[in-house]
Each structure stands twice: as structure tokens, then as C-alpha cells.
Design a protein around this ligand. Structure first.
Ligand SMILES: [Ca+2]
Ligand SMILES: [Ca+2]
Length: 73
């Protein structure tokens, strides 16, 4: 993504990866989006679905650092 250094992208990734596992699970994604959309469960789940569809290249239901970086790069 233009204007975003790898360090900035990593900071966003780490904010989503709340258990520090190195991957963003669907649950972590939904939890983060729930805060963003102020508890709007339907919206959070719909956005999480779209984000995973666009970033989860190996379709294991989690976004790895490489997948996240490639998606934003
Ligand atoms: Ca995680
Ligand atoms: Ca994946």
C-alpha cells in the first residue's frame, strides 16, 4: 500500500493478532471489527468474511503475516 512502510503494516497486523500467534484468526478479526463498528455483529462478520476472502490465499481461515503483507503491499 502506497505510503505504508512495512513497520506500519506490522503495527496494524500486531493490533489484530491479539494473542500474538503470528496469524490473524477469523475470531481475532471479528473481535477487532466489533470494536471498530461499535458492536455491530452483522457488519463485523460481513467485513471479516470479505477481508479473509481477499487476504487468505491458502484458505486456512487465518491471515498469516505474509498474506497480510502481500494484501497491503
Ligand atoms: Ca492470532
Ligand atoms: Ca492463510
Amino acid at each position: 500500500m502506497a505510503g505504508h512502510s512495512e513497520k506500519e503494516i506490522k503495527a496494524i497486523f500486531d493490533a489484530f493478532d491479539t494473542d500474538g500467534s503470528g496469524e490473524i484468526s477469523r475470531r481475532e478479526l471479528v473481535n477487532a471489527l466489533l470494536q471498530l463498528y461499535k458492536g455491530d455483529d452483522q457488519k463485523a462478520k460481513a467485513v471479516a468474511y470479505n477481508v479473509l476472502k481477499e487476504t487468505d490465499f491458502d484458505m486456512n481461515g487465518k491471515v498469516s503475516w505474509n498474506e497480510f503483507k502481500n494484501a497491503l503491499a
